[in-house]
Design a protein around this ligand. Structure first.
Ligand SMILES: *[C@@H]1O[C@H](CO)[C@@H](O)[C@H](O)[C@H]1NC(C)=O
Ligand SMILES: *[C@@H]1O[C@H](CO)[C@@H](O)[C@H](O)[C@H]1NC(C)=O
Ligand SMILES: *[C@@H]1O[C@H](CO)[C@@H](O)[C@H](O)[C@H]1NC(C)=O
Ligand SMILES: *[C@@H]1O[C@H](CO)[C@@H](O)[C@H](O)[C@H]1NC(C)=O
Ligand SMILES: *[C@@H]1O[C@H](CO)[C@@H](O)[C@H](O)[C@H]1NC(C)=O
Ligand SMILES: *[C@@H]1O[C@H](CO)[C@@H](O)[C@H](O)[C@H]1NC(C)=O
Ligand SMILES: *[C@@H]1O[C@H](CO)[C@@H](O)[C@H](O)[C@H]1NC(C)=O
Ligand SMILES: *[C@@H]1O[C@H](CO)[C@@H](O)[C@H](O)[C@H]1NC(C)=O
Length: 524
């Protein structure tokens, strides 16, 4: 499973394609759409299509950071196969060895200057933080800084030189085919993200962007995008329906359509990814895949952050997983899966900024979940199957089921009080539901420590919450709402859609599209 897709050459078709987009004429759009499908057919046969994945960011600004082995246990219990670190934490890198988990290691913002100015500093960085762990720790990429173009613009002149130095050091260690170098950028580098077809990078970064894209193309690396519909929605001041941000169905009066391509955007996430593809194309690069290195939704915030709720976070991230694991790309690049890293594993209580900044995690640092997240969406996944509940199989052998029940409530130390007569989960009084309750209780307590959902083949995991009435199963979102801290000041994972939002929301899609075409021509 590679993060990076090999390149392909489709320049001539691509040129025609982008020419027609600029022509922006309705009757040529059919032709353009046709050409687009031809283009993607070619892409499909050239690139090796692999399953999509959802990984997770592991930020460590946590007061009681779990031990590295506990971090790994939680990743394994949830069958998370891809992680991104913000630095090169030696304990975590060590603990990731021989786990099969693929790792992006981070060059911190502070390290970029030294690496950019000196090839030998870059070489020592690679020796110490990459080569030392390979191959037992499967490092597949290095992310250089975090949104540095927008957060510390003065670093821009050394960014690509730093990436080049790191790449050269990888070449010298013969690791360049296994480890790719890129840099995560925020949506703020794009000046006009909607409609996606007209998106361009803010021209202040022209030369850096050009060098960067050239580097990514030459080294077969991906563009790393941090895409936050949370910010696109909250800063959009009500122009966007929240359903659009949360991957929920849009009513027929709120369809969001790119007037130039007539592509429907079912989610802001897709629109952000596509805007980035189009911005890359506007600089005449056409075969650089995008991976989303960060996206997510905070589960709690301050008084002015009312959209930061457990419900929204749970909805966003679960729908995101379903979206990504369906394996399709955004409308303009349907064959390139949008591999994505959720921000983030743990709530980072030590982060500065608004209250939401401390509440992006899926888990509390003690390992309990903030809300229920199901990775179990798809067979396209390469093992992301967090099916959170463990229940008895329908056709399980009765004797084995009884043995399993006895074991779970005994040696397995499941809390079986709720299935005793008179208690909430006693009814329906049958072996299968009692075993399910006990199996699940054991599984919830023990899976982080390696406990499995098997019970001699009588048990199976499921994403469906088996709770009913007052009988609440362990791990149910109704039983896991935790407390949160409160304090803070100002900043976030730097955001998404910039200031100028030229959005079209309408039932009369063609009429609006036509008006927008005119509008888009004014912008062009
Ligand atoms: C490391 O990840 C790469 C990319 O997916 C994969 O091809 C390779 O087999 C992995 N190596 C190990 C040792 O797991
Ligand atoms: C482009 O970037 C410059 C410098 O960061 C900034 O001042 C300007 O507002 C940006 N333009 C747009 C349209 O985002
Ligand atoms: C950036 O590139 C675009 C497209 O090539 C060009 O139109 C624009 O003038 C350039 N801006 C700067 C500041 O160089
Ligand atoms: C990039 O991919 C091409 C085509 O697969 C290959 O020939 C080239 O050696 C690769 N370059 C690097 C730096 O990985
Ligand atoms: C995958 O998701 C995209 C975007 O929501 C959708 O357009 C497409 O139909 C889905 N594909 C499948 C096979 O479900
Ligand atoms: C995934 O599941 C669907 C429906 O069960 C099936 O049609 C499809 O072939 C499966 N795909 C893979 C890659 O196994
Ligand atoms: C969880 O609680 C909500 C609201 O109290 C309720 O509507 C829902 O049915 C409960 N879910 C389960 C699985 O019990
Ligand atoms: C874990 O931490 C959260 C937040 O501090 C708390 O609400 C929850 O009760 C804790 N869970 C356990 C099992 O200690």
């Amino acid at each position: 499973m590679s993060l990076f897709t090999n390149g392909m050459e489709c320049t001539s078709i691509f040129f025609i394609n982008s020419f027609i987009v600029k022509a922006a004429m309705l009757d040529m759009m059919k032709l353009q759409n046709w050409l687009t499908s031809v283009f993607f057919l070619i892409v499909a046969t050239v690139s090796n299509a692999e399953g999509a994945f959802v990984g997770v960011n592991v930020g460590t600004d946590v007061t009681d950071l779990p031990s590295a082995s506990n971090v790994i246990a939680i990743l394994k219990a949830h069958q998370i196969t891809h992680v991104r670190l913000y630095d090169a934490n030696e304990h975590i890198l060590e603990a990731l060895s021989n786990t099969g988990i693929e790792v992006i290691v981070g060059v911190t913002d502070e390290e970029i200057l030294g690496i950019g100015e000196s090839a030998s500093v870059a070489a020592s960085w690679i020796t110490k933080n990459v080569a030392a762990y390979m191959p037992s720790t499967n490092i597949t990429a290095i992310s250089v800084g975090s949104e540095v173009l927008t957060s510390i613009p003065k670093v821009a002149p050394v960014l690509v030189p730093a990436m080049n130095h790191l790449h050269q050091a990888l070449v010298a260690s013969n690791l360049n085919f296994r480890v790719k170098v890129s840099t995560p950028l925020s949506m703020d580098v794009i000046s006009r993200p909607f409609p996606p077809s007209t998106a361009t990078f803010n021209s202040s970064w022209n030369s850096t962007m050009y060098q960067l894209l050239q580097f990514l193309k030459n080294t077969n690396s991906s563009y790393m995008l941090n895409a936050y519909p949370y910010y696109g929605y909250t800063r959009g001041d009500g122009i966007f329906p929240i359903e659009y941000a949360l991957f929920q169905p849009l009513s027929s009066v709120k369809q969001i359509v790119d007037p130039n391509t007539l592509f429907h955007y079912n989610s802001m996430f897709d629109a952000m990814v596509d805007a980035t593809y189009y911005a890359i194309q506007a600089l005449n690069f056409n075969d650089i895949p995008i991976i989303v290195t960060e996206t997510g939704w905070p589960s709690f915030g301050g008084a002015s952050e009312q959209d930061a709720t457990i419900k929204n976070a749970e909805t966003y991230n679960n729908n995101l997983i379903l979206r990504v694991l369906n394996g399709s790309g955004p409308p303009s690049q349907p064959k390139i899966p949008i591999n994505t890293y959720i921000y983030e594993l743990y709530n980072e209580d030590k982060r500065n900024g608004p209250i939401s900044e401390k509440n992006w995690g899926v888990f509390h640092s003690n390992g309990s979940s903030v809300y229920h997240l199901s990775f179990g969406a798809s067979n396209l996944s390469i093992g992301n199957s967090l099916a959170s509940f463990c229940v008895a199989k329908d056709d399980a052998d009765t004797d084995k089921l009884q043995d399993g029940l006895n074991w779970a409530c005994g040696q397995g130390q499941a809390n079986c009080a709720a299935i005793q007569p008179g208690r909430p989960c006693y009814l329906p009084n049958n072996l299968k539901t009692h075993a399910s309750y006990a199996f699940n209780d054991y599984y919830q307590k023990m899976h982080d420590a390696g406990g499995t959902c098997d019970f001699d083949g009588t048990a199976i995991t499921t994403t469906v919450d088996p709770s009913h009435g007052s009988c609440i199963y362990a791990g149910s979102s109704n039983s896991t709402i935790g407390g949160r801290s409160s304090s803070a000041t100002a900043f976030g994972p730097v955001g998404p859609f910039g200031a100028s939002l030229n959005l079209q929301v309408s039932s009369l899609q063609y009429l609006v599209s036509f008006i927008s075409v005119l509008f888009a021509q004014v912008l062009l």
